[in-house]
Design a protein around this ligand. Structure first.
Ligand SMILES: Nc1ncnc2c1ncn2[C@@H]1O[C@H](COP(=O)(O)OP(=O)(O)OP(=O)(O)O)[C@@H](O)[C@H]1O
Ligand SMILES: [Mg+2]
Length: 372
């Protein structure tokens, strides 16, 4: 072994430096060194040159190891710092280690020197590789998040435009349609809706994970929110699938303060799941209720139910069973729904029995102190 080693000595005795250099040479190193004994000189050496290791005396007439450690830390450099002292009591040694020294040795016993230097160089290299990898990972993550956010955002507009055009076609605005064309258009409208759902869930998830969601609270009539949605989309979807969609909405439901757009997302996800995972002939029931403290919304289906092992992770990200079915799902629907309900200081629960069906219940507090 003949390894070059750039050593910065903080030491007032030239003889002591010579002894340590000799020990390093004996150990197989070819040291290149400089000796400083004042704070000014130490700072200058740190600023102007690259060092592999710092070997420092404990106390000198104009400087000491603890002051040097402070300067090193302030510089932000990660250079192993080893104290080599003539006399260092245990207490002082412990204090120096606490302040960031990597190790300490006695001048009259340098047997550990080479192994300590080797170890510290190795550990410093590992730290630097780790830091580099961490930085790269952060950069890659930021790029990915950015890309996803831009992508999902930019997809929204064309999807919406496409939806509008398809509807116009379907209404016959561009001329009469054959039965086949009508059928194909219907498929296209459904797949467009699915894309919109996917992009919306992805965008929602990114905003909630970024922590930049601020709920826009409005006094909202939950029943009305449900009827307008059901009328909009789901009546049609259920009919298409041969399901009965029932509403069991409580009369006298007082309006509550929620972010209607976000609650609509939750309802969309829950009702869509209920329809998706229920076979034809079954039913989906949406019900509301209110107590003194909470407003309850439940979505019950007579579908295939949820296996107990999935039930425990149902609200986790990317949990989806849809790949086994004909549909494609990202598994973000319930994850995002829970984030939204949590943000409203509410609760979302599920009860399910395999083969019999599932009931999702959302509880929203009636008097939440949500405003920041
Ligand atoms: N009503 C339900 N009946 C049976 N299984 C359900 C029901 N709701 C959810 N699941 C199960 O939970 C999984 C996760 O649902 P989630 O809505 O989070 O994702 P997804 O529907 O698969 O995809 P997407 O992100 O498009 O909504 C589903 O894949 C399904 O297996
Ligand atoms: Mg879903």
């Amino acid at each position: 072994m003949n390894t070059s080693l750039r050593v910065l000595f903080i030491e007032d005795s030239k003889i002591d430096v010579a002894i340590v250099l000799d020990a390093l040479t004996q150990g197989g190193y070819t040291p290149i060194s400089e000796r400083v004994e004042t704070p000014e000189a130490f700072k200058e050496s740190l600023a102007n040159q690259t060092w592999d290791i710092i070997l420092s005396d404990y106390r000198m007439p104009r400087f000491n190891a603890l002051a040097a450690l402070q300067i090193l830390q302030e510089s932000g450099l990660d250079i192993p710092f080893i104290i080599i002292s003539g006399s260092i009591g245990e207490e002082i040694a412990v204090q120096a280690l606490k302040k960031g020294a990597n190790d300490y040795l006695m001048k009259d016993n340098l047997t550990r020197l080479v192994s300590v230097v080797e170890r510290e160089l190795r550990e410093a290299e590992e730290r630097s590789a780790f830091k580099k990898a961490e930085k790269e990972l952060q950069k890659a993550n930021a790029t990915k998040e950015n890309l996803m956010a831009t992508l999902t955002h930019d997809l929204k507009t064309p999807i919406r435009a496409e939806h509008r055009i398809l509807q116009l076609f379907k209404q016959g605005d561009f001329g009469p349609l054959t039965q086949d064309q009508d059928q194909i258009l219907q498929e296209m409208i459904l797949s467009n809706r699915y894309m919109a759902h996917l992009v919306d869930n992805m965008m929602g998830t990114y905003s909630y994970e970024d922590g930049d969601v601020v709920l826009k609270l409005e006094l909202t009539d939950i029943n009305q929110l449900i009827t307008s949605q059901i009328a909009n989309v789901f009546t049609y979807m259920a009919k298409e699938k041969g399901l009965t969609l029932q509403l069991n909405l409580s009369e006298n439901l007082s309006a509550i303060e929620v972010d209607p757009f976000e609650i609509q997302r939750v309802l969309n996800n829950l009702i869509q799941n209920a329809i998706l995972f229920t076979e034809s002939g079954g039913s989906v029931t949406v019900a509301t209720n209110q107590t003194e403290d909470v407003t309850l919304i439940s979505i019950a289906d007579t579908g295939k139910g949820i296996k107990p092992d999935l039930l425990n992770h149902l609200f986790d990200k990317y949990k989806t069973e849809t790949k086994r079915l004909k549909h494609v799902g990202t598994g973000l629907g319930l994850y995002l729904s829970k984030k939204i309900i949590d943000a409203h200081k509410g609760q979302i629960d599920v009860k399910s029995e395999e083969g019999k069906g599932s009931t999702f219940t959302v509880k929203l507090p009636r008097h939440p102190k949500l405003r920041r």
